[in-house]
Design a binder for this molecule. Structure first.
Ligand code: M6R
Length: 607
């Protein structure tokens, strides 16, 4: 949700700013801009479009300066226009500022500034900040006090960075609920929303905490608390080498397909995560009176899938709550544990849920892919997925990795609680061990079944995705993947739910993708086939996603995706991957912007 990059160096920093900008683009891509100081003036170029497009329009590389800021935007306040793109300038043009977050009280501040003669060029909440700093600078003639005074007036969430011609050797930055880190290396100093802003230049990082601001010069960083001005001493941390963006699609047309193809490897990595970390979390769960799972979007659907594994393997009902609703429902306190799931580790809804729990004395844990993320730093126990950078805005490989990790926790919990015999655990582990090879075959063979029919699927504007038991969660996730990639309307639900309302919409113009469980799951299998018959009876088209040789196809489907016959333990993962491949080829048939769908962003850092 907006990417911030800042650099100060002893040579031209524009190449580093542009690399940072490209690497941060997954955080938002409706417009972008760059500002540098040269010859005592701020030079600003910005425009609407993805980074590559704007780079060409604006010829960013022509800029030169030893200090600068770059920003890629995901619009919150104000449409996608050049004027609303960041950086924003103050009236005098002496200050330039970039921001990620939302300033809740920007309206009264704007009115107050207008009374003092400030002129605004955009509809953004951000622009008020730079004018406010300018206003306070007029009073004191000093940037840092003006910056701090302005920060004190802001309500909401922000990561922001400022440069000024009045001190062209300093980057000013601050963090409140939106991520911001400082990179130290090669005689340069960097600012970034995350490591991707400067990963090609340094892994030495100083992390700002909420409520702190920093004054960054080439020879050092001073961090202070916004409220008190008290100095904070914080050492550099060396970030791990893995988990950052590499903008290389290899032989693939899209990152989405590349990342799906990486799933066998990613599952293997999830299976190789040290037992110690998995058992530690299982033990925490075992010892907790109340446990919740939380996440949002795909990560929430992962928790719903995990909920089924915990219930089935360990006889433990662990409620899964969407993290945006978590504070309104969860009853947490000492003795409770909250397990969050997040690819980015920066999703504000999930961070807020964790903070809410922590403030009330709960233990917090998270399954996260990005090692340098806020969530990894904030929780009591973090399990790093090691799935490698996921560039496509749509989660695929990180999703299956999260499922495997939580499935492993469920297995260990089952052992700890005496619900699983050693012999059964061994069998399950063997089934899991066979999954990478299974997925390799599936990913190689499934496109042949899906690619051509996808042109027909692309013509259907209303889709339903159904499943029973754990497949209801698979259906929800597959519908989300389908809609965000293809922009076709897709609703996921349990098959049982369909007849309580949605069935009114079923007719010959609608299609339903139905996930059929393995036939060994007799009850679920039969229930799913009943739901399918109810749809067929109303003229609906049914795409059956079922296992080879299960007999279900004989009577019911208008079209089918045939999956290999695998055990009930791993079948939901195979079905998830199939749903991703279906979404990919349907979006491809429609010529959609698959890796960067409209209106989305990889890291959602605003509420
Ligand atoms: O980084 P997170 O896993 O916390 O992100 C959560 C959701 O924003 C994310 O999964 C979103 O739903 C994706 N677009 C799914 O493909």
């Amino acid at each position: 949700m907006c990417g911030i990059c800042g650099v100060i160096g002893k040579t031209n920093v524009v190449p580093q700013l542009l690399t940072g900008l490209r690497n941060l683009e997954y955080r938002g891509y409706d417009s972008c801009g760059v500002a540098v100081i040269a010859d005592g003036t701020i030079h600003l170029r910005k425009n609407v479009g993805a980074v590559e497009e704007v780079e060409q329009k604006e010829q960013f590389q022509e800029l030169e300066g030893f200090i600068g800021l770059a920003h890629t935007r995901w619009a919150t306040h104000g449409g996608v226009t050049r004027a609303n793109a960041h950086p924003h300038l103050s009236c005098s043009g002496d200050f330039a500022l970039v921001h990620n977050g939302i300033i809740d009280n920007y309206r009264p501040i704007k009115a107050w500034l207008k009374e003092r003669g400030h002129q605004f060029l955009s509809q953004t909440d951000t622009e008020v900040i730079v004018h406010l700093i300018e206003e306070y600078f007029r009073e004191s003639g000093e940037i840092e006090p003006a910056f701090r005074k302005a920060l004190a007036r802001l309500e909401g969430s922000f990561a922001l960075a400022l440069i000024s011609t009045h001190d062209p050797h300093t980057l000013f930055c601050a963090r409140q609920e939106s991520p911001l880190i400082i990179g130290v290396g090669n005689g340069n100093m960097y600012l970034g929303s995350d490591m991707n802003a400067f990963v090609e230049y340094t892994r030495e990082v100083i992390c700002l905490e909420d409520g702190e601001y920093a004054v960054v010069r080439r020879d050092g960083v001073t961090i202070r608390q916004m409220q008190t001005g008290k100095r904070v001493v914080r050492a550099c941390e060396q970030m791990p080498d893995e988990g950052y963006t590499i903008n290389d699609k290899g032989k693939y047309q899209h990152f989405m397909l590349k990342e799906i193809a990486e799933e066998p490897e990613v599952v293997q990595k999830a299976l190789e995560i040290e037992d110690e970390a998995i058992i530690r979390l299982a033990r925490t769960v075992a010892q907790s009176a109340h446990v919740y799972l939380t996440g949002i979007g795909t990560a929430f659907y992962v928790t719903l899938i995990a909920q089924h594994y915990f219930a089935r393997l360990a006889d433990r009902y662990i409620p899964a709550l969407s993290s945006d609703e978590f504070p309104f429902l969860a009853q947490v306190g000492r003795g409770s544990t909250v397990i969050a799931v997040s690819q980015s580790g920066e999703t504000i809804d999930t961070l807020r849920a964790l903070r809410y729990a922590k403030e009330r004395g709960a233990t917090t844990a998270a399954v996260v892919n990005v090692p340098s993320s806020s969530m990894v730093r904030e929780v009591d126990q973090a399990i790093l997925q090691g799935a490698g950078p996921e560039i496509c805005v749509l989660s695929t490989k990180s999703t299956v990795s999260q499922v495997i990790i939580l499935l492993r926790v469920a297995l260990e919990l089952a052992v700890l609680e005496g619900k699983l015999e050693a012999r059964m655990k061994e069998q399950y582990e063997q089934e899991l061990a066979s999954l990478p090879a299974l997925l390799t075959d599936l990913i190689a063979s499934l496109p042949a079944q899906v690619r051509v029919p996808a042109y027909e699927y692309a013509k259907v504007h209303n889709w339903f995705f159904i499943g029973r038991g754990v497949y209801s969660a698979v259906a929800l996730e597959s519908a989300l993947k389908f809609k965000e990639s293809s922009y076709l309307h897709a609703e996921g639900m349990s098959g049982g739910f369909l007849k309580h309302g949605t069935i009114a919409l079923i007719d010959e113009t609608t299609s339903t993708a139905a996930f059929v469980p393995p036939p060994e799951e007799k009850e679920l299998f039969a229930l799913t086939l009943s739901s399918i018959q109810e749809i067929k009876a109303r003229g609906g088209f049914v795409l059956g996603i079922h296992q080879e040789g299960d007999g279900s196809e004989e009577k019911f489907f208008d079209a089918e995706i045939v999956l290999p016959a695998v055990s009930p333990l791993v079948a939901p993962v195979v079905a998830l991957t199939a749903g991703q491949i279906l979404a990919y080829y349907t979006a491809l048939a429609l010529g959609r912007s698959i890796d960067k769908p409209r209106a989305l962003a990889k890291s959602v850092t605003v509420t």
